[in-house]
Design a protein around this ligand. Structure first.
Ligand SMILES: [Zn+2]
Length: 106
């Protein structure tokens, strides 16, 4: 049996850490947020592009973590979203926010 409380605390830690990393990136999704003078060089533009790419991947991870927390509340945590098979403890330990079993992961 998967340790639901253990999973919840690692997910909550992960959630807090992702929020923290996103706050540090200081990205605003609204276009035109940047100061034109500040974004005047190609290097700054490249750094902003990179920060946005990182931000998007953090956002995707955050969505996975939030969905895993919802499944914990619903009592379906640890089950594959595609085929409903148990995801497996080792896999969940490595990836507490995993949505799919190893067979459906690709
Ligand atoms: Zn599956």
């Amino acid at each position: 049996v998967t340790d639901a409380e253990g999973a919840r605390s690692s997910l909550e830690r992960e959630h807090a850490s992702l929020r923290q990393q996103m706050a540090e990136l200081d990205i605003n999704d609204e276009a035109g947020d940047y100061d034109d003078n500040f974004a005047d060089t190609a290097q700054v533009a490249a750094e902003q592009g990179e920060a946005r790419a990182i931000f998007r991947s953090l956002q995707a991870e955050l969505a996975d973590v939030e969905s895993a927390l919802q499944r914990l509340d619903a009592g379906t945590y640890g089950l594959c979203e595609k085929c409903s098979a148990p995801i497996g403890e080792a896999r969940l330990e490595a990836m507490p926010a995993a949505r799919y079993c190893i067979n459906c992961a690709d």
